[in-house]
Ligand binder design. Sequence first.
Ligand code: KIV
Length: 263
Amino acid sequence: MKTISISSLNGMKISGEKFAAITAYDYTFSRLIENSSIEVSLVGDSLGNVIQGRDSTIPVTVDEMAYHTAAVKRGNNRSLLIADMPFMSYSTEVKALDNAAILMQAGAQMVKVEGGEWLADTVYLLSERGIPVCGHVGLTPQSVHKLGGYKVQGKEDEAAAQMIEEAQILEEAGADLIVIECVPSKLGGQLSAALSIPVIGIGAGPDTDGQVLVLHDMLGISQRLPRFTKNFLDGNNSIQEAITAYGDEVRDGTFPSKEHCFK
Ligand code: KIV
């Protein structure tokens, strides 16, 4: 079984092969994700919504993230395992180092932080200390109240250009990956072309290097299904088959199709 590292994803970007990521929160689903050959497993703070029934990711704590990260790690030795740094856990550089260390010791191989240029020094510091970092731009759910809701971001040319510039700053600071969420497809493609590190899109169109979905969304069991997701259980006979179909459709470019994209 070939394990996936950041070098594997860099190689896939260079050769133009798409890769799939999916959120995971527990051991049992994590095993299914390993069996489905999904390249990246993300312990998302979306667990606040889909596991805890909260109305945002804001209440999620570092201890909760560490608990779920350890469970996911036990179920999957193949996929690259990223853990979200939850709300305010990286509001200062010292906090970021201490909290990233907790998640790495729980089993994460990379941590994800939401935001742009203001995170450059934090990304640099974590990276210098040997902690791989994934940035997250576009719709950043931890800032939902500042953004005024879960809305498509980067629709205006100026906002799109700024998002690309901020992601480039994160790459220069040492980020290894970028997630871009809920933006017009054109911007998803432009960002992927502007960066040499891999870009993973969610609601960002077909032209990002990889795709990520929330597990409960792609199984069609979330309470509120975002427009950019697809129910892969529909037409498949088991959860294992659904997750495998998702990975296959990402790799062959079938997903996302037009109906899952924003203009
Ligand atoms: O928390 C999460 O699940 C995420 C993905 C939506 C990218 O950040």
